[in-house]
Design a protein around this ligand. Structure first.
Ligand code: S3P
Length: 460
């Protein structure tokens, strides 16, 4: 307890310093005549976190090519360094991790910044280690629900997890006892599924997860490639994942493809700005991530996938997009897990579609980096597009005949995807769209503005 109080004091001092350093910066996006070019977007965030975390407990040296060097992933690398793991950047995107048999107890609080994935996966991993550590984050992360993770992880009574109201900061004392866990996921959350799997890797026990609504499976794929005894089978209701822990993981040599969640901003930019044509290379096409492509196809988007192949165990391909006359569609809620991060930018596409688009199954949107359910509705209404929220759905009344008015100042509330979505909308509105704070963009897509401007955007 004493150690924790000291840590928190240190952290608050540290936090004040950081708050002084990072200043809010506005950005403004202006109407442009076209978006054109062939380019790559940054590496996949989900796979980047997992490659650092899993290689930290593997045997030997792991080589990671094209790691996403954005704030969220850098915070995961810093946390692992605090835990005594040797994580080294060799050159741009090229990283080496020396796996460690036992983590050291960290001297400082582990600050995961804005990252729910970083915080939740690390918490899971630490539950299976003999260390005591405290995890915290920025104002956005401190407000996000952690009970979904702490509850199943606390079934093992030798693991201690302390928090106030199930929010960060959380102090965890992990344990290495044998403990069989069987759990049915109450929400389609890859963070929850992965946290539970990570907690069971070292235990000579079984971790069984029933997954009624399957979602991104990067952890399962990576564990398999590292020699873990993990099987995924179909059961009556979804997937059954069985991990027999206690087997040493072999090291990784992985090339990380580009993130479809980042590519989605460019895809929609090309669709809504007339005379546009772009190719985004080497994008992850894992079937649990491509809901945005299905949704845009339903809206008659002109998108073609070429050069399909497999890279380090994941499907990848190039995405070719041309400006399109979009048509509104009623999106089935079953698509939600495979495009959960893409709703803000899909809502922008819907603003330019003919007729009504309904986005369904949006309950999880209310607990993301910000309440995206509200942010989408407010942002569209502020820019002259009618959007109505109904329970867990949003109806968007697109205007295919007139260019939306735009002209608003969007409050981003530390949410990178809200910030980038409305900057994309500003590329084709009568009046420019401004965001109040661009700092969160660097959590996932640090070169967003430069890259967009290089293909014809005008974001200042
Ligand atoms: C992620 C899972 C999703 C997603 C997040 C990344 C992951 O969160 O929104 O950006 O890498 O596991 P949930 O698990 O909360 O659905």
């Amino acid at each position: 307890m004493l150690m924790c109080l000291c840590q928190i004091k240190y952290y608050l001092k540290d936090k004040k310093y950081f708050q002084q350093k990072s200043k809010k910066m506005k950005k403004i996006s202006n109407k442009v005549s076209k978006i054109t070019g062939t380019l790559s977007v940054p590496a996949d965030k989900s796979i980047s976190h997992r490659s650092l975390l899993l290689s930290s407990i593997a045997k030997g040296t792991s080589y990671i090519h094209n790691l996403l060097e954005a704030d969220d992933v850098i915070n995961t690398s810093k946390a692992l360094t605090e835990l005594g793991v040797n994580v080294k950047k060799v050159s741009l995107g090229e990283w080496i991790v020396e796996g460690k048999q036992f983590f050291s107890t960290p001297k400082n609080i582990l600050d995961m910044g804005n990252s729910g994935t970083g915080a939740r996966l690390l918490l899971g991993l630490l539950c299976g280690e003999s260390v005591k550590a405290t995890i915290t984050g920025d104002a956005s992360l401190l407000s996000r629900p952690m009970k979904r993770i702490t509850e199943p992880l606390s079934f093992n009574k030798e693991v201690q997890i302390n928090s106030t109201e199930d929010k960060l900061p959380i102090t965890v004392c992990g344990a290495t006892n044998n403990f069989d866990l069987e759990y049915t996921l109450p929400v389609a959350s890859a963070q929850l599924k992965s946290a539970i799997l990570l907690s069971g890797i070292k235990r000579k026990s079984k971790t069984i997860i029933h997954e009624p609504i399957p979602c991104r499976d990067h952890t399962e794929r990576m564990l398999k490639s590292m020699g873990a005894d993990i099987t995924i089978t179909k059961e009556d209701n979804g997937n059954l994942i069985t991990l027999h822990g206690g087997k040493e993981l072999s090291s990784l040599d992985i090339s990380i493809p580009s993130d479809i969640s980042s590519a989605a901003f460019l895809i929609v930019a090309a669709l809504i700005v007339p005379n546009s044509k772009i190719t985004i290379k080497n994008v992850i096409l894992n079937p649990y991530r491509t809901g945005i492509l299905t949704a845009l196809e339903m809206m008659h988007a002109n998108i073609r996938i070429t050069n399909k192949r497999v890279l380090s165990g994941e499907d990848v391909g190039d995405i070719n997009v041309e400006s399109s006359n979009l048509i509104g569609a009623n999106m089935p809620k079953e698509l939600a897990p495979s495009m959960i991060d893409e709703y803000p930018i899909l809502a922008i596409a819907a603003a330019y579609a003919k007729g009504k688009t309904t986005l369904n199954g949006l309950s999880e949107l209310k607990v993301k980096e910000s309440n995206r359910f509200e942010a989408i509705i407010n942002g569209l209404n502020q820019n002259g597009i009618k959007a109505v929220g109904l329970d867990n759905s949003i109806e968007i009344y697109g205007d295919d005949l007139n260019i939306p008015v735009g002209g608003s100042l969007i409050k981003t509330n530390l949410d990178h995807r809200i910030a980038m979505s409305f900057l994309i909308m500003g590329l084709n509105t009568l009046k420019p769209i401004e965001i109040d704070d661009d700092t969160a963009i660097s959590t996932s897509f640090p070169n967003f503005c430069e890259l967009m401007n290089s293909i014809g955007a005008n974001i200042k």
